[in-house]
Structure formats: structure tokens, C-alpha cells
Write a protein that binds this ligand. Structure first.
Ligand SMILES: *Cc1c(COP(=O)(O)O)cnc(C)c1O
Length: 428
């Protein structure tokens, strides 16, 4: 029970009601923190407010999309302007072309793309396309990586599943995942061996930086090696940049690490906070998508004006304002503050970050999923509640990543650091 339960009376009441109507009381599993989540009334900038009137500095940021912060004026204006003109047409719009050009300019690997409605949809279509294009059946993913909640990738699928102890979903027949192979992250030998034994692999899909099994960074040259091995084996390389896209750099992890995948999936930030997914890549491959090709993909809401307006405004802002240096600075501040404290007090706690993603680990910094499973996630949840009491909202799982936004001030970053350190003093 959180110490400050008396300050969360309305949230607790609502959650009891929700349990009767929504499975687990929520619309997506990771939100179901025990004993109950807080209910949000509104959010602006770096702050989120619950219905009991408590204020928190938000480091969850809706799990990644809100790189500019809540209710950012540039995005709000774009949405308002579009709403006046209607928000769904079912016909092509000029903004599809403008936005596609903007993305193509930032991601040279993306020569052609399709807009869809969620990250899950983007990876599902990208995998189908890889199979259709190569006429090979198998796909390879990384253990603990998350690519959305569809059948082919729901094995050892990262946070949502790991937090609730369901690595593999019921309802996915073995036959459906018989062609999904897995390798540990940061292990190029395992990938090379697997591809040598399996000539019928269509693609290797990975999060270039893992953000759904805590935060796991690639070792020096891992991604470059992966590019080389996949190319040598005629296996398409898919970067799932649904978190890292626009976040590590405007051009994503592929810009940051200088590696060019064959296909890329984007989402989260790309919709400016509205539901969005994008997949794209080499023209030769993308032209295989219907109606120009024989790989089917379609959607009523795909490329809808409201999402494109919000996403275009967000990406434009990111490019124009060059936000990444500032974001890295305030994120580093938290990492260094926590690491200094932990080292000085010999705590078994560490912090790491890249760009505006960071993570506090209760245990050693992991290099792959198996190592991440050794983290003390029960202790993390105690930490989560204490932190919330001090006015800082982290995602409620050791297996999620924290996000800073352009709305976070230097003072926010100092308050986060101090709150984390206070909690560590109380807990350890
Ligand atoms: C969030 C996420 C997805 C799924 O995106 P949705 O929009 O939630 O369907 C896929 N891949 C990665 C890496 C993600 O973080």
C-alpha cells in the first residue's frame, strides 16, 4: 500500500469501479500498477495532475511519444487548425507528401513509406513485407524486445509481458510462432550462428536500443556488426525505431550510430501524441506493398489528417529547435547524480541514459534480457511509490524506460535527481 494512499482517494475509488468493467481495470497492461494506479485529470508541460489534485513531474511521458512535453502549443495549434477543416476524409491529402518528404530527409534509409495507426501495426506490416519480398518464412527477433502486441512477436516480449510474468501469450498457437526465432541482444556470434543454420530467414528485427526490458544499450559496434551479418546472409535488417526514432537524434538510432537498415518502423513521437505508426525503407522493397505490389496492408484511419498534422508539427519543431543537446544535458544530470550517490554509498543501484532516455536499475546494468531479469523489480515498485509521493512519476516497472521532454526544466531535472536519491536513502 502506498504511504500516501489517503491522498489518492478518488483514484482508488475509480479503479475499483474500473476492475468490474475493464480487464485488470485498464486499457493497456503496464498501467495496472498495484494496488491501484492514479487517474489523470490533466497534464501540461512536464507536469501531470491526478484527480485528487496531486502534481507530479512526469518521466513516463506516455511511454515515449511526448518528447516536447504535454499539450505542447505547437502541436495543439496544428490539431486545432486541422479540426476546423474536418478530421477524417478517406482520401489522399497533401500533408502525406509533405510529411513523407520530411521523414525521408531525416532518414536516408527510408525512400518510401506508409502511414498506419500504431507501432504494432507498423511492425506487423513490416514483417509481412519482409517475408513477401524475400519469399522466406522465418523471422528473428531479440529476446526481451517488444514490437507490439501481435502474434508473430509475442514471445519473450519485454515490459508489459515481463512485468506481469507472462513471457508468452496464451491464444497464440505454437504454429504461429514456429517461424519466430530469437537471439540474445549484444551477441553477434549467436546471430551469425543462427543465420548460418537457418537459410530461410526473411529478416532480423530489433530495437537498436532496447527500451522495453529496462534500458539496454548496444555495445560498441554491435549494430554495425549486425548490419554486416544480415547483409552477408541476405537477411533484411529492420530497425524498430518506434521509441528511438526522433529521440536519439532527429534521424533516430540510425543517424546516431551511423547504420542503415533495410526497413524502419516509427511511431510514438511520429504522431505528436496521437495514435501513429509508420513503416518505410528501400523503394524496391516498399513498392511490394499493395496497391503497387502483392503484400496487402490497409487501414480506415491510416494517414488521417489529425495524426499527420500533430506528427508533422512535432517533427518540424524537433528539427527547427535542435532540441537534442538540451535534452541530453538534463538527462545526463539525473544519471550522473544518481551514479555518484550510488558509488559513494556502495549501493547496488545504477543509472544509465542515452539522449533523453534513462533508467535506474536495482542491480547491475544489463547487457541483455537474461541479465535484465535479475534486476530487483519488487524493490523497484517500492521505489516507484516513494518517488510518486515525492512528486515524481516514473513508469511503474523496472522494465520500462524513463523519458525526459523538452518541457522539463533544469530545475525539474534537479528535483528528479534529489527525489531519486531521497528514495534510495529510505530504501537501502
Ligand atoms: C511502443 C512500441 C511498439 C508498439 O507501438 P504501439 O503504438 O503501442 O502499438 C513497438 N515497438 C516498440 C519498440 C515500442 O516501444
Amino acid at each position: 500500500m502506498p504511504n500516501f494512499a489517503e491522498k489518492l482517494v478518488e483514484s482508488e475509488k475509480l479503479y475499483k469501479e474500473a476492475l468490474d468493467l475493464l480487464p485488470g481495470g485498464v486499457s493497456s497492461p503496464v498501467r495496472a500498477v498495484k494496488p491501484f494506479p492514479f487517474y489523470t485529470k490533466r497534464a501540461i508541460g512536464s507536469k501531470i495532475y491526478d484527480i485528487d489534485g496531486n502534481e507530479y513531474i512526469d518521466c513516463c511521458m506516455a511511454y515515449g511519444p511526448l518528447i516536447l512535453g504535454h499539450a505542447h502549443p505547437a502541436i495543439k495549434e496544428a490539431i486545432k487548425e486541422q479540426i476546423e477543416k474536418g478530421w477524417l476524409y478517406g482520401t489522399p491529402i497533401e500533408l502525406e507528401i509533405k510529411f513523407a518528404k520530411l521523414i525521408k530527409g531525416l532518414y536516408p534509409s527510408i525512400e518510401m513509406l506508409r502511414f498506419v495507426n500504431s507501432g504494432s501495426e507498423a511492425t506487423m506490416a513490416a514483417l509481412r513485407l519482409a517475408r513477401g519480398f524475400t519469399r522466406k518464412k522465418k523471422i528473428v527477433k531479440v529476446e526481451g524486445s517488444f514490437h507490439g502486441a501481435h502474434d508473430a512477436v509475442l514471445i519473450k516480449a519485454g515490459s508489459g509481458a515481463t512485468t506481469h510474468g507472462i513471457p508468452n501469450s496464451a491464444g497464440v498457437p505454437e504454429e504461429f510462432v514456429a517461424n519466430t526465432l530469437q537471439v540474445p541482444y549484444n551477441d553477434t556470434q549467436a546471430l551469425a550462428d543462427l543465420l548460418e543454420k537457418n537459410p530461410d530467414v526473411a529478416c532480423f528485427i530489433l530495437e537498436p536500443v532496447m527500451g522495453n526490458s529496462s534500458l539496454i544499450l548496444p555495445e560498441e559496434s554491435y549494430l554495425k556488426e549486425v548490419r554486416k551479418i544480415t547483409a552477408e546472409n541476405d537477411v533484411l535488417l529492420i530497425f524498430d525505431e518506434i521509441i528511438t526514432g526522433f529521440r536519439l537524434a532527429a534521424g533516430g538510432a540510425q543517424e546516431y550510430y551511423g547504420v542503415k537498415p533495410d526497413l524502419t518502423t516509427l511511431g510514438k513521437i511520429a504522431g505528436g501524441g496521437l495514435p501513429c505508426g509508420i513503416f518505410g525503407g528501400k523503394k524496391e522493397i516498399m513498392e511490394r506493398i499493395a496497391p503497387s505490389g502483392d503484400v496487402y496492408q490497409a487501414g480506415t484511419f491510416s494517414g488521417n489528417p489529425l495524426t499527420l498534422s500533430a506528427g508533422y508539427a512535432a517533427v518540424n519543431f524537433i528539427v527547427k529547435e535542435k532540441i537534442h543537446d538540451y535534452l541530453e544535458k538534463i538527462t545526463n544530470h539525473v544519471k550522473e547524480g544518481v551514479n555518484d550517490f550510488s558509488l559513494a554509498n556502495s549501493l547496488n543501484v545504477s543509472a544509465d541514459s542515452i539522449a533523453s532516455m534513462f533508467c535506474i536499475y536495482f542491480g547491475d546494468k544489463p547487457l541483455n534480457y537474461n541479465e535484465a531479469l535479475k534486476l530487483n523489480s519488487a524493490l523497484f515498485i517500492q521505489f516507484f511509490w516513494r518517488l510518486l509521493e515525492k512528486g515524481v512519476f516514473f513508469p511503474p516497472s523496472q522494465y520500462e524506460t524513463c523519458f525526459m521532454s523538452y518541457s522539463h526544466s533544469e530545475e525539474d531535472s534537479e528535483r528528479i535527481t534529489e527525489a531519486v536519491i531521497e528514495c534510495l536513502k529510505e530504501l537501502l
